[in-house]
Ligand binder design. Sequence first.
Ligand code: ADP
Ligand code: ZN
Ligand code: MG
Length: 476
Amino acid sequence: MDTYKATIGLEVHAELKTKTKVFCACVNSADEVRPNVNICPVCMGHPGTLPVLNKEAVKHVLKVGYSIGANIADFTEFDRKNYFYPDIPKGYQISQYKYPLVSGGELAGVKITRVHLEEDTARSTHDTGDCSLVDFNRAGVPLMELVTEPVIHSAEQASAFAKELQLLLRYLGVGDANMEKGEMRVEANISVSQTDKFGTKTEVKNLNSFKVVEKAISYEIKRQIALLESGEKVIQETRGWDEAGQKTYSQRIKEDSHDYRYFPEPDLPKLKLSEITEFKKEALEKELGELPWQKRKRLQKNFTLKAEDAEIFVQSKELSDYFELVVEPFKENSKLVKLSTNYMLSDYLGLLKNDTSGATISKIPPGNFSKLMQMVGDNKLSSRGAKDTLLALFTDGGDPEKIANEKGLIQKSDEGELMKVVLAVIEANPNAVADYRSGKESALQFLIGQGMKATRGGANPDVLKKSFVVGLTNAK
Ligand code: ADP
Ligand code: ZN
Ligand code: MG
């Protein structure tokens, strides 16, 4: 069997976070649970109403375009995509066909075909007995559609791409893109071929988690190869994902774009973007902020973090903001930065994970976490002592130095002071000293133990050992 190459292109819809819907003044709230409260004659599709374009939604799509190095349209217009369904009361969806806002660009190594703006449909529910229900809160919510080129070659690469897109939308503040809430929805086009020519593709719709994106694509690749191997053909069709059966299933033979009878939306003005101040490149590029891949690079470069640690910070603004505040006082000191990373990601996150009171990372003020790290770096605290102090900081709060002092956790590292202890121990244990001098290594351990006892466990073990070696040599 010659090897098959899989080809995948993604179409991703993401709801945009704006104050109001894309063509009317209704509130755009993803959290509204009461049905049909954020509605008006415009988004209900009443005859005679007119859409008014929300500039914020356009800006969001343009920001995505600038981030991925795409071409921004100079001329753009909206189109009517005609079809009949209860979730689209006008009988058409306002979308963009010929002149998308954004085309080209690249994200996570994947070439982008286009990004356009359209309106979301109402939400229909079919599992309510003998009737279906429609909630129009979602109708007219600004929706971004991004289409990739067919340049993805594995299920893992496809889900990695979707994750990076979600992260970008969150960084830009243009959408929350939670897949389980339907704020981001992925459709995958998949084909397999043994030659350079593409095979017939199928489109799998409504993939509602990254895991499902991966599973559905893997399944579809296997299914198509099996079909071809048994001499059958892949039919171009739309398929769905059956979670219970862990397989894709045929939904319908795909419609062609001419079935939608696209034509320019006459109720919205055509836009010349370069003539509209808010849409200009200079204005929008200033608002982009640091992008995920820029942060990835900066963190690794400035702090020599391990790639997987850097990635944890790239994925969470909350964690990385905290981290950067913690290391601010000693950011040139790679040892302390490393120490802080470890204590934060393992110990502190561990405490937070087991906490049931809903505490967040800011529970220990970053300045106090810094101080604690500084004390560990200065050998004032053993790792055990640091963990105990961290726990006290977490449960009771307060100043790390004060806590460590009160709990008697401060290690004695002062060489002069420890030397006094060492000399007293040597004086009091002539037999052990003699054993050590006759070559018994274990005698040194015994003496160090006595020193530890004398300091009630508070001596820095490294400094104590060094002091004994010096003390024993000198006290001949
Ligand atoms: P359609 O007209 O069927 O919607 P498009 O050309 O608009 O097809 O492409 C839709 C998506 O399908 C894009 O993401 C594109 O990259 C992807 N695609 C196109 N051809 C293939 C193929 N042979 N295999 C996998 N994906 C494909
Ligand atoms: Zn409305
Ligand atoms: Mg298409």
